[in-house]
Write a protein that binds this ligand. Structure first.
Ligand code: TYD
Ligand code: MG
Length: 436
């Protein structure tokens, strides 16, 4: 029988110590020690009754392995299915990460309501609080809730109850008595997730783990789990508006390009079927506004970019982007300064993607440049125009992937003027044409 002890291990160099140390004596790094379970004695590795226990490992040739498509469960939420790659894969461990208050519990409660014999393990809220949420979503409270934070008890109960899907809200509240550290510490979070992962694989039950992102994004947060889980979903959005974007940043069973778009409403998270229309509903035609088409997976999406360029009162002017990458923004401003001789050196520049969406595609470069130029020159862009193009360091505009798909979506929504250029045209010409 294996005996359990715990050790503190340096995450940088692997140095082990029986007590917590602030600084590693071997590699000199600070705060790198995490408590871990160590098993000594015979059968240490085969602990926990996993499927590998007691068996010798075998080498297999892939040609002998049967090809089976992943079996999936329909979550009843189309946008969630899409992001997962077509539904929930049996036995998968799915981390749902996001800021507190963004809607993780709401979305997963809706999921639990859609699936028969689901189990909601609540470490944060009481059954009554969940009932209040379910009533808000206006459904019959047909959902099993377990109020427990001890991971080993939870594992035992799941083995007996055999639910079809489990939701753990949240992983930061779980703990095992085998470790001395408090719930929420890196050691506890990781060990709890490990135990649930073995359970998911052993019983072929999909398990969702809710993880709060801490401000730093690292400390005991979901980041320490990313390598361990099969899928990482991140729920993003601006708490100030109702849009929420669900995206897979890792997916062993599907693409990571797809996004699901929701609106947080009084009755819970509502799927948005025609997001482009929604994102453009509030658009006003004023200087500083430009529309771009970005691809989210296979779906083209029209979004508005707003820019505000004003004289600075600071020695170093500000370049602040929300929804766009700040480094990319700096680069585009530099290109505008150098290649177009726009005197932006004494101007503060703010760029915002409306609807709280985050744009990562370089195809939006041209639109960002146009929004900045339009605000700086105080000229309104033709309201029926959309932009697509990547901007290079020489001020050249490169073609984007799937240009026809994007153009078709734009035309469908009444944007007749699609501006995209090939390599021979440079940004100067583009801007001249628009601001004449
Ligand atoms: P919640 O799912 O509790 O967030 P998380 O689990 O990510 O911390 O959602 C919290 C917010 O959502 C809260 O401010 C209330 C709001 N909300 C609605 O607007 N409509 C609803 O139907 C529900 C259940 C919550
Ligand atoms: Mg919650």
């Amino acid at each position: 029988m294996a005996k359990l002890t715990t050790v503190y291990t340096c995450q940088q160099c692997g140095y082990k110590s029986s007590t917590y140390l602030g600084k590693c004596p071997q590699c000199d790094s600070w705060n790198s020690f995490v408590e871990e379970v160590e098993q000594v004695g015979r059968g240490a590795k085969a602990q926990d009754g996993g499927s590998i226990a007691g068996k010798r490992a075998e080498i297999v040739n892939l040609s002998e392995v049967d090809k089976l498509d992943y079996k999936r469960i329909d979550s009843g939420i189309g946008e969630l299915n899409r992001v997962l790659g077509g539904g929930i894969v049996y036995g998968s461990l799915i981390l749902v990460a996001g800021d507190p208050g963004i809607g993780k519990s709401t979305l997963l409660t809706q999921l639990a309501l859609n699936i028969n014999k689901s189990l909601y393990v609540a470490g944060e809220e009481s059954a009554r609080q969940i009932k209040i949420r379910v009533e808000r979503i206006k459904q019959k409270a047909n959902i099993s809730v377990l109020n427990e934070t001890d991971v080993d008890t939870i594992v035992g109960l799941i083995e007996d109850y055999k639910p079809s899907v489990v939701i753990i809200d949240s992983i930061q509240t779980l703990e095992t008595q085998d470790l001395d550290s408090v719930a929420g510490s890196v050691g506890q979070v990781r060990e709890s997730a490990h135990r649930l992962q073995r359970l998911a694989k052993r019983m072929h039950i999909p398990i969702f783990l809710v993880g709060h992102v801490t401000k730093e994004g690292t400390v005991a947060g979901p980041r320490t789990l990313e390598h361990l889980v099969d899928v990482v979903l991140s729920l993003e959005g601006d708490p100030g508006n109702q849009f929420r974007v669900l995206r897979a940043t890792k997916n062993r069973f599907g693409s990571t390009d797809e996004v699901g778009i929701f609106e947080m409403e009084e009755g819970g998270m509502v799927e948005v079927k025609n997001p482009s229309k929604l994102f453009l509903d509030t658009k006003i035609d004023a200087p500083g506004s430009a529309v771009v088409v970005v691809m989210t997976g296979l779906r083209p999406l029209l979004v508005e970019i707003q820019a505000l360029v004003t004289k600075t009162s600071l020695p170093v002017p500000r370049r602040t982007g929300s929804g766009v990458d700040n480094n990319r923004l700096q680069l585009l401003v530099a290109v505008l300064q150098k290649r177009l001789r726009l005197p932006l050196f004494d101007q503060d520049i703010f760029v915002n993607v409306t609807g709280g969406l985050k744009i990562t595609e370089p195809a939006a470069d041209l639109g960002i440049c146009m929004a900045i130029a339009s605000s700086f020159k105080d000229l309104t862009i033709n309201p029926k125009t959309v932009f697509m193009g990547e901007v290079g360091l020489l001020g050249e505009i490169r073609e984007v992937r799937n240009p026809e798909k994007r153009a078709n979506e734009a035309k469908k929504l009444g944007f007749g003027n699609v501006v995209s250029f090939n390599n021979t045209k440079i940004l100067t010409q583009a801007i001249k044409q628009l601001t004449k």
